[in-house]
Design a protein around this ligand. Sequence first.
Ligand SMILES: Cc1ncc(C[n+]2csc(CCOP(=O)(O)OP(=O)(O)O)c2C)c(N)n1
Ligand code: SF4
Length: 475
Amino acid sequence: MEPSTITVKKGKPEAIYDTFERKAGKDKLTTHYCPGCGHGRVHKLVAEALSDFGLTDKTIFISPVGCSVFAYYYMNTGNVQAPHGRAPAVGTGLCRVRPDSVVISYQGDGDLAAIGTAEIIHAANRGENMMVIFVNNAIYGMTGGQMAPTTMVGQKTQTTPRGRTVMNEGHPIRMAELISGLEAPVYVERCAVTDTKNIMKTRKAIRKAVQLQAEKKGFSFIEILSACPTGWKMTPKDSIKWIQDNLEPYFKLGTIKDVSAEREPMIKPVPTNDAEAIYSALGLQKGKTKASTDRAIGEKRIKIAGFGGQGALTAGVMLANAGMNDGLHVSWIPSYGPEMRGGTANCSVVISDRRIGSPVFESPNVLIAMNGPSLDAFEADVTAGGTIIVNSSIVERKVKRSDVKVICAPLTDLAADLGIKAAANSVAIGVYLGHEKVFERERIYDVLKTSLKKKEALALNIQAVDAGYAFAQGK
Ligand SMILES: Cc1ncc(C[n+]2csc(CCOP(=O)(O)OP(=O)(O)O)c2C)c(N)n1
Ligand code: SF4
């Protein structure tokens, strides 16, 4: 890892893919960036450093929301896409659970200095073991040139058509100075990808940050002044001059903070998902990890999914509440997804005789698929030996898996027979309890009694549970 031992290879760095598979049928050798855009140059410098230091395979590159949203088509590293502004939060998770990795949060000024201000400040303040490449082009490039926190006073943008004013929009934020004011960051530098001299300085800064990452010295921040000819409505050549004349006098180039020589390598403890370990670390209720019931049911991870209105989420709440009333440990977590009404909704329920480490799981041992899209979405996730309950009233296809138990139950039809089609979720619970008796049916009746005030609805839902139960018992 000593720079003197590095052999610099000629040609394309290995950390950049040979071809860019972004769009089928399109030229696979060019990026999506506009001519004269600084992003491509910065990608190349990062890739070069990773390749030269032999760190490509150890690197996780976080693409932001912004023009660099497609960086994962170019960087031949591990790649993660973060929601707008959240790259430092995603990076925090990554560098904590993968302390051996080089974590790079790559962000624009809208992403980092506007919507993501809280994330970057706190990640820097915690001294997370990551490096941040902050591409400051003084504008929101991707969305058509709106004002960013780094837009210059007087600069015309889509949202400041008469130019930014201090009175209305405040001063441009010097992020590198802001970050360097915090105690934890180890190295903060501002550079520019303008002329050859500055590109070489940027190269050096990036290499230093990569090296500090490999040495686990903590949080580094490289701000790079970069052209956005399209957003600025200038030629690439004029854009470079505009950076030199306007950005550089305000955003001074150079090292803003460097305490890397004084800092010792630092690896934060890897977090654990294990409930026992969490409880013991917190000193909470030591030894009291068992549920208050003596029944050994193990851990049931139940995914219930259906379209909006089918009551998948309510079924999960009912199961969790009933399990809790029965003295078991439970958790319930919903997932609405971005779908409109009528789209799919699902929830994850854990019912366990031990404390639950996490309410989120990847592999359910029970899937209740109330419609076709839910079966499509989750069938592959079910653990081998698990159970899939399919609403055969509306799911047309068969379950493809042969290593799980399949119960095809006409949930909607059984509910409709009772004159209450909306109670298909209660039927589903009945089928599940008929198949796997994690607790008595009466626990569900109790929950229904507290949630349904109308006598008729209560009676019908209890009948629906019973219908499902009888169906499963008859199987
Ligand atoms: C939550 C959310 N809010 C807003 C947007 C719209 N949006 C997409 S990119 C962007 C700004 C990008 O600007 P910047 O971070 O400076 O990157 P650049 O495109 O200039 O590289 C915005 C506001 C979004 N995608 N998501
Ligand atoms: S809009 Fe600006 S930042 Fe985005 S690709 Fe084009 S030049 Fe680059």
